[in-house]
Design a protein around this ligand. Structure first.
Ligand SMILES: Nc1nc2c(ncn2[C@@H]2O[C@H](COP(=O)(O)OP(=O)(O)OP(=O)(O)O)[C@@H](O)[C@H]2O)c(=O)[nH]1
Ligand SMILES: [Mg+2]
Length: 497
């Protein structure tokens, strides 16, 4: 069973001195002030019975699923939130970073973070995630701050969500739902939107009951719950489930078709042997900023997590004049909801098929190593392990020089840059030039002036060693890929006698 609401030295809490609520920016700072709350201060006794009785659900926040079509468009409509995390392993700093990241995610979704608590436990409580005693305390925090939503820093079972909602009496969502919501807000392309909608439905399916009934139901204790308590709503839920499944099947077919289109484009690029570079990295590391810096492309840059959800591919040129493609990708985050890893596999596949990965990491983050590791895990997942990688330590302008030194020492192929100030960008461009695969065939050809296009392609796609304008045409000595070599072969001058 769970602990009673005994004094909670083990519950840590964000200082809530900011009347307007904590800003994620402030939370992300390393020196976030934490306060050990004095126990008596929020044991709930300071609230009258009448105040407690007055607690009710804020209007307009019902998550009741009225129509199955809402699934695609529903937004969590987060507003005033309290965060809660369970700290099971690692240091207190790790736990705090995790909650700070959750705060940043919540802000990205448009919520105002009022407070955050961490519960020290061996493992999350099976019934209420934090334990029933702590859930009562959490309820007091909710009342005190006037929050309308609690966000848990993990993926909760449908039962945990229901039971916790029963105690705290406001909507409870988990990290997965939060990330799904952000993804839904940000996806732009038809494919991106479809993938997110599919992931949302997948997430919703086992939770329909919870979402629909949690607050209208007052079940006793942690015993019942789940399937044991089927009620009159069952038929509607079953119908809803079936309709959702049908929609999901349809959506999967549509996504498969869209994927074919993208595949064709990728094949096209491959056929032209244009080397491809993928920019990957943790969310908010500065991937889009780097793409802008490297190509001058106008890609959306925002101080928000997951600003980029659709892959953007740009053309770029190395200092030596070779063309390559540079692809921006969706940011990674720890505990990326499982459904989303699946849904976004297509984006990741692009990373796996690239010739070079620019792995961007935020050098000014409190724990860049952890971000590197999290991203590498996903890279491994999609089988992109044999693609060469350059670690681009970004935000060097804002980073601690010692951290930079440490990262540069540990990471073999790495460079510290600033997408903002342009520091070391030239060196990075040169590094990319070095790492890109070299065309393999050396050939000399005399290209007639009527075939100027071939000369241009030799410059774009190959390494021009020498070029001479003769009366008969352009005499080229180049290193090119096989396909272009074949096209140049007719113009190879006959060997001199
Ligand atoms: N100080 C500093 N800030 C930077 C630098 N590069 C990017 N930023 C900031 O970091 C934030 C995130 O930048 P983005 O380029 O959107 O990051 P991203 O990795 O594409 O993020 P997502 O697409 O959301 O995953 C923005 O506020 C940028 O202005 C840098 O070199 N120095
Ligand atoms: Mg981006």
């Amino acid at each position: 069973m769970t602990s009673s609401s005994s004094p909670s030295q083990d519950t840590k809490r964000f200082a809530h001195s900011h009347p307007e609520g904590l800003r994620a920016d402030a939370l992300m700072e390393e020196d976030v002030a934490w306060s050990h709350e004095i126990d008596g201060e929020r044991d709930g006794d300071q609230f009258d019975r009448s105040d407690r009785a007055a607690l009710r659900r804020v209007a307009g926040l019902s998550t009741e699923l009225e129509d199955v079509t809402e699934v695609e468009y529903r937004q969590l409509r987060l507003e005033r939130v309290v965060l809660v995390g369970v700290w099971t392993t690692g240091t207190v700093q790790d736990a705090e970073n995790s909650l700070a990241e959750l705060a940043a995610l919540a802000e990205t979704a448009g919520a105002l973070v009022l407070d955050g608590v961490i519960q020290r436990r061996d493992k999350p409580d099976a019934a209420t995630y934090i334990g029933s005693g702590k859930a009562e305390e959490l309820r007091d925090v909710v009342i005190e701050t006037g929050a309308d939503t609690v966000i848990c820093d993990g993926e909760l079972s449908p039962g945990q969500l229901i039971h916790l909602e029963d105690v705290v009496k406001v909507k409870v969502i988990d990290r997965t739902a939060l990330i799904l919501d952000i993804f839904a807000q940000h996806a732009k392309s038809r494919e991106g939107k479809a993938q997110v909608a599919l992931a949302q439905m997948q997430y919703m399916l086992p939770r329909l009951r919870g979402w629909g009934q949690s607050l209208s139901r007052q079940m006793g204790g942690g015993k019942g719950g789940g399937l044991a308590t089927r009620g009159p709503g069952e038929t509607k839920i079953e119908t809803d489930r079936r309709r959702i499944r049908e929609k999901m099947a349809k959506m999967r077919r549509e996504i498969a078709e869209m994927k074919t289109g993208r595949e064709i484009k990728r094949q096209e690029r491959k056929r032209h042997k244009v080397p491809s570079v993928a920019i990957a990295g943790y969310t908010n590391a500065g991937k889009s900023s780097l793409l802008n810096r490297l190509t001058g492309a106008g890609v959306l840059v925002e101080n928000a997590l997951f600003a980029t959800l659709d892959p953007t591919v740009r053309r770029a040129e190395t200092p030596s004049g070779r063309l390559y493609t540079l692809a921006d990708t969706v940011g990674f985050v720890r505990h990326l909801p499982h459904h989303l890893v699946e849904a976004f596999r297509s984006t990741m596949e692009e990373v796996g098929e690239s010739d070079l990965i620019l792995h961007v990491v935020d050098g000014s983050h409190p724990n860049p190593e952890e971000q590197l590791a999290a991203v590498r895990e996903v890279i491994r997942d999609v089988g992109a392990t044999d693609v060469p990688e350059i670690v681009v330590i970004n935000k060097a302008d804002a980073a601690d020089p010692l951290t930079l030194q440490r990262l540069l020492r540990v990471e073999k192929r790495s460079i510290a840059v600033s997408a903002r100030t342009g520091r070391n960008i030239d060196q990075l461009l040169a590094l990319i030039d070095n790492e890109l695969p070299r065309p393999s065939v050396e050939i000399e050809a005399l290209v007639p002036y009527t075939h100027g296009k071939l000369v241009a392609r030799a410059h774009d796609e190959g390494d021009v060693i020498s070029e001479e304008h003769t009366p008969e045409g352009t005499l080229l000595k180049v290193r090119v890929h096989e396909e272009l070599a074949a096209e140049l072969t007719p113009y190879v001058p006959a060997p001199a006698l």
